[in-house]
Ligand binder design. Structure first.
Ligand SMILES: *Cc1c(COP(=O)(O)O)cnc(C)c1O
Length: 388
């Protein structure tokens, strides 16, 4: 007998494809395999139509014009294209960029790369609740600032930044704002039409679509010039050349259509599960929740228990698939830079667990997870007792 697979509570790392998404994708692999750029026959026309339909679906979720959607391989590539591509276009105006200490590495690394190209970066701290202090942002903006990058939903602690207010500060000063929204689609409403945001990164695989496909949303009015990072066949108006992966694109479109249709109901269901989880975790005692609990998506709880080593807790819970406060540094033992930015000690960061809930999480799974966590926490806290 093999052990059952662990209960999946790591939806912020990736989500399974929704079976409805898989069904939508399959015909575009071997049946309708044409190259969307083939202009001279039906195979190409049909694929192109599917790509444009999906572009409309992605645009509709956020209220964008389909012509503002540029397909990429995911949020990492979108972030690179937005940050490096837009900053380079504006280098004549200034060479200062601003970002935040709690950003994903896929933002911090391209910002660092700009540093090697003659740019200067300010990495702003956050408040203890994980939110950016707008006064600090205002003070950091300079006449030579050309770009700011602030994420919408944090991948480790789930807090939601006020990107509309941040965008207003930037817009008044002629500074571009890029938003990494990889964790936001299907979790919070996005109002691209109303928000003063110039560039937005999206990905499919955090929202029940396939891995390896994403988009960069590039505002048309006022138009945001972006220099391509790749050079090739001219697809995506030259901004991101390469043969379009029709099946992946169709999958992202289907996933985002479902996200839009089901977000409101799903969010309340997940909030109820989160509240159940939070009540159960509180009963363990010594509970610390990292990041603001109100300005946060209900899909995320990042917690520690006073006097309990989270890494040991996780090792004991072989029946649970979740992340620890040090898992995000690609397997290294370094404490999470996000938790450190909140002011957590290395010890607390190491002791923290990220529990993320999603579309396929059930109440029974939450209860089973609570049983395991409760039993393990009791053991880790009092290593000398063997009463359970
Ligand atoms: C997952 C994630 C990324 C990377 O996205 P990929 O599509 O896997 O490249 C970037 N930013 C955030 C906030 C993420 O959660």
């Amino acid at each position: 007998m093999t052990a059952p697979p662990p209960i999946y509570l790591d939806y912020a790392a990736t989500t399974p494809c929704d079976p409805r998404v898989v069904d939508a994708m399959v015909p575009w692999l071997s049946e309708h395999f044409g190259n969307p750029s083939s202009r001279s026959h039906a195979w190409g026309w049909q694929a192109q139509e599917a790509v444009e339909h999906a572009r409309g679906q992605v645009a509709a979720l956020i209220g964008a014009d389909p012509r503002e959607i540029v397909w990429t391989s995911g949020a990492t590539e979108s972030n690179n294209l937005a940050i490096v591509g837009a900053a380079r276009c504006r280098a004549a105006r200034g060479r200062h960029v601003v970002t935040v200490a709690t950003e994903h590495q896929a933002v911090l690394d391209p910002v660092r790369a700009l540093g090697k190209q003659g740019f200067e970066a300010t990495v702003l701290p956050v408040q203890g609740n994980g939110l950016l202090d707008l006064d600090r942002l205002r003070d950091a903006l300079r006449p030579d600032t050309v770009l700011a990058s602030v994420m919408l939903v944090n991948n480790e602690i789930g807090v939601v930044q006020d990107v509309a207010a941040i965008g207003r500060l930037c817009r008044e000063r002629g500074i571009l704002l890029h938003v990494d929204a990889a964790q936001a689609t299907g979790k919070v409403g996005i109002d691209w039409a109303a928000w003063p945001v110039d560039l937005m990164s999206l990905t499919a695989h955090k929202s029940y679509g396939p891995k390896g496909i994403g988009a960069l949303v590039v505002r048309r009015e006022p138009r945001v010039p972006v220099e391509p990072l790749l050079h090739g066949g001219g697809q995506e108006r030259g901004l991101r050349p390469g043969t379009l992966p029709t099946h992946q694109i169709v999958g992202m479109g289907a996933a985002f259509a479902l996200a839009g249709a089901e977000m409101a109901v799903e969010r309340e269901r997940i909030r109820a599960l989160r509240d159940r989880l939070l009540r159960g975790l509180s009963a363990i005692g010594g509970l610390v929740v990292n990041g603001d609990l109100e300005r946060r998506v209900p899909h995320n709880l990042n917690v520690a228990f006073a006097g309990v080593d989270g890494e040991a807790l996780l090792t004991g819970c072989t029946g649970l698939a979740l992340s620890s406060g040090s898992a995000c540094a690609s397997g290294s033992a370094a404490p999470s830079h996000v938790l450190r930015a909140l002011g957590c000690s290395d010890e607390l960061a190491h002791a923290s667990l990220r529990i993320t809930i999603g579309r396929f999480t059930t109440e029974a799974e939450i209860d089973a997870a609570l049983l395991m966590l409760r039993a393990q926490a009791a053991r880790r806290r009092e290593p000398m007792t063997h009463l359970e």
